[in-house]
Design a protein around this ligand. Structure first.
Ligand SMILES: N[C@@H](Cc1ccc(O)cc1)C(=O)O
Length: 421
């Protein structure tokens, strides 16, 4: 399965591919680091060890729940510290911590590269394991799906408006989850090594760390909107000796280390997003090359207004009639451009992608989250995505004719399960 066809633009695929393959891509070639590379049984790069049953992060020795981000912050102080440190590290702006030597950050695991997988820049991910020949083998010069796809393909790797929409984004979140988790284990070990009195506190927390989710279908969203941990300037974390310290919040925005050439200003509904010059990610920004910052008041008003509708739409995903054809239901459940609509189709339950689009718009406005080409750079993207990723694990409830087989760990926060809306 080809999960992420590259953009060909006006040139041939071969031109695109040669032009886009940056030297650092091969220098940064790490055969075991990617969870995104699709199965290619005939390719020599495929190794049995690259595949493993997914029950959370690899090699933690257990299966642990993803938990709501608010709960991670309130009740799991060591995991919270490690998550915050890990997110800052992946952004290329590590937070110093006594006794910790920051592990090197591979280019391919930086937020600049991971964020760029989703949309722009339209070029190969630095961690893509395919050789030049393997990538070319994906392309057929005589196949319309490659030369003239209709509708035309999205330019990044991500899959939208297709049945692969949910299953593409789940491993995408796992990539950042695994990277931050590996970092957390490394740092936790260093902390315990230099603080023998804290042995047992950090390493076990690091093993249990999963990427937290934000449940945007929780009834609290109507009143409280977006939790401030996503936009506060600073966050409080627990340091050694049970002390708390204040650190810059890595979840509120991302400073671009450089602006890729193909970042373009985009005007929608008369409002321009100045992506070609904005040095950092914004949410609901002013139509200006130099906005003062994200307009959180606007964001909150929009989100609170839409919250009930969002929650209803998530609940509706679980109201497909029993006994239907599971392939048709999955098609309708998963994405906005389902192909299997029937002539007399009275189904109005919406789709996971549809409701997910609404949350992108509500949070991003004209900012990066509101546009698939740039959304992956906003740190919020991944906590937001960990939620529909988890809704996906409830698919056996949606399609009742399938026996539940999910071994993935999932838990909803605060009793507000998506199943009950
Ligand atoms: N393009 C979608 C919103 C969206 C934004 C970013 C994404 O990654 C995905 C979807 C819409 O207009 O509804």
């Amino acid at each position: 399965m080809v999960l992420f066809p590259p953009q060909r633009g006006n040139g041939t695929f071969a031109q695109w591919y040669k032009g886009s393959r940056s030297p650092r891509a091969s220098a940064d070639y790490h055969p075991t680091e990617s969870v995104l590379t699709p199965p290619r049984p005939t390719m020599t790069t495929v190794k049995a060890r690259d595949y493993y049953p997914i029950t959370g992060r690899n090699s933690t020795g257990g299966t642990f729940d993803r938990i709501p981000v608010e709960e991670l912050k309130a009740d799991h102080p060591y995991q919270w510290t490690l998550f915050v440190l890990g997110f800052a590290w992946i952004k290329g702006t590590p937070i110093p911590f006594p006794g910790v030597v920051q592990p090197p950050l591979k280019t391919s695991l930086s937020l600049m590269e991971i964020g760029g997988i989703h949309g722009r820049p339209y070029r190969e991910w630095a961690g893509d394991r395919r050789t030049h020949d393997e990538a070319l083998a994906d392309f057929s010069g005589v196949d319309k799906k490659d030369t003239n796809p209709s509708p035309s393909r999205f330019g990044g790797y991500c899959n939208h408006a297709a049945i692969t929409f949910p299953s593409w984004h789940r491993p995408y979140v796992m990539l950042i989850e695994q990277a931050i988790g590996d970092y957390a284990e490394n740092v936790a070990q260093q902390i315990e090594n230099s603080n023998p009195g804290e042995v047992g506190l950090w390493v076990s927390a690091s093993k249990q760390l999963r990427f937290p989710y934000w449940d945007w279908a929780d009834p609290r969203v109507e009143k409280e909107g977006l939790p401030s941990l996503f936009y506060d300037n600073d966050l409080t974390v627990t340091a050694t000796g049970h002390k708390t310290v204040t650190v810059p919040n890595p979840l509120s925005f991302f400073n671009f280390p450089y602006i890729p050439e193909d970042f373009k200003d985009t005007t929608r509904n008369g409002v321009t997003a100045h992506f070609s010059v904005w040095p950092k990610t914004y949410r609901h920004a002013a139509d200006s090359a130099t906005p003062v910052g994200s307009n959180i008041a606007d964001l909150q008003t929009t989100l609170k207004q839409q919250a009930e509708d969002l929650r209803t739409k998530v609940g509706m995903l679980f109201s497909f009639p029993d006994g239907g054809d599971s392939s048709i239901i999955y098609d309708q459940f998963s994405n906005t451009r389902n192909e299997s609509r029937q002539e007399n189709d009275n189904t109005t339950v919406g789709s996971l992608e549809g409701v997910h689009n609404s949350i992108h718009g509500a949070i991003g406005g004209n900012g990066h989250m509101g546009n698939p080409d740039y959304a992956g750079f906003d740190p919020f993207f991944y906590c937001k995505w960990a939620f529909p990723g988890s809704v996906l694990l409830l698919i056996p409830i949606v399609i009742q004719s399938i026996t539940p087989t999910s071994t993935g760990s999932f838990r909803c926060g605060n009793g507000a399960t998506p199943a009950t809306g």
